[in-house]
Write a protein that binds this ligand. Structure first.
Ligand code: FPP
Ligand code: MG
Length: 298
């Protein structure tokens, strides 16, 4: 039923009655549609559900358009990003158009769904701001990282699950906890894949988070176990392009201290908790989505 969501997004875009926007939207690569999948699996495929899924995907697409401008990213899903093709102004405005149309349509669903989703978009924006400010210097603070990824990524997934539960008459809090765990694990895995995968698989440059200044969880854990000179070395590598020798030192240090295994285990723990919650509700299909989250390569 994902195709119904695709058609709904297209319809919303056509309603904008603007040729340029239609052709720009057509250039956006379609992503994994994780949030839409989640909403449909929780709530079925009635019209309000399909609309909600379409709205959430439009908001998500808008956030990535803005994020690529903020991160100066020129590749997304193995293609040049929209800002790379048409410049920052166009990418920002297309983001604004998609998310404001999404917000307009949200008013037609229900007040409770609108509140949940719009509050998550505020969190998303606060999270992105925090990501930018944390990137200005090496960040050894795990709690600050966890709060940031909750806001930047998990909040919209949590709200998607909550909105779907509301639409389906299912218990909202349980589904929101499930969505929150999924979202946190998703971002933790994303941050691991940046280290373990090559650029072709990722569809964007590999080992790039730290270059961008992002001290993700593996770097925080590595910092915790390094001795004083190792700590100094890691700090000195923050926020710049690394030489081969430095990259090799990083990879060897992650290996020696079993850092990636530790991060993966932590993400798996969150997924196990989510799976248990859903199994207890008799929602095995949702356990599958949760497991797909940690078994992915990009
Ligand atoms: C990707 O993070 C970014 C996000 C998940 C959220 C970005 C949110 C905003 C820019 C706020 C948007 C606000 C509105 C109103 C739409 P990442 O850079 O870690 O992931 P990436 O490697 O895929 O780029
Ligand atoms: Mg980014």
């Amino acid at each position: 039923m994902l195709s119904a969501v695709e058609r709904k997004i297209e319809q919303f875009v056509i309603e904008l009655d603007d040729k340029e926007v239609r052709s720009l939207y057509a250039k956006l690569p379609v992503g994994k549609r994780l949030r839409a999948k989640l909403i449909l699996r929780i709530a079925g495929s009635s019209l309000p559900v399909v609309k909600t899924a379409a709205i959430v995907e439009m908001i998500h697409a808008a956030s990535l358009l803005h994020d690529d401008v903020i991160d100066d990213a020129y590749m997304r899903r193995n293609k040049p990003s929209l800002n790379a093709l048409y410049g920052n102004k166009t990418a920002i405005m297309l983001g604004d158009i998609l998310y404001s149309k999404g917000f307009f349509e949200l008013n037609n669903i229900s007040l409770d769904v609108a509140k949940l989703i719009s509050n998550a978009v505020t969190q998303l924006s606060l999270g992105e701001l925090k990501d930018v400010s944390l990137s200005k210097a090496f960040n050894p603070d795990k709690d600050a990282y966890m709060k940031m990824i909750y806001q930047k990524t998990a909040s919209l997934i949590e709200a998607s699950a909550g909105a779907a539960a509301l639409l389906a008459g299912k218990p909202k809090v349980v589904f929101m906890t499930y969505g929150r765990n999924l979202g946190l694990a998703f971002q933790m895995i994303d941050d691991l894949l940046d280290i373990t995968q090559d650029s072709a698989t990722l569809g964007k440059p590999a080992m790039h988070d730290f270059v961008e200044g992002k001290t993700t969880l593996p770097y925080i854990y590595l910092y915790e176990v390094l001795d004083a000179s190792g700590k100094e070395k890691l700090r000195s590598m923050h926020g710049r392009v690394l030489r081969d020798e430095e990259l090799n030192w990083l990879k060897a240090s992650f290996e020696t201290h079993q850092i990636l295994v530790k991060c993966y285990a932590q993400a798996t723990e969150l997924i196990d908790e989510a799976v248990e919650l859903m199994n207890a509700q008799g929602e095995e299909a949702l356990s599958e989505i949760a497991m797909e989250m940690i078994d992915r390569e990009f």
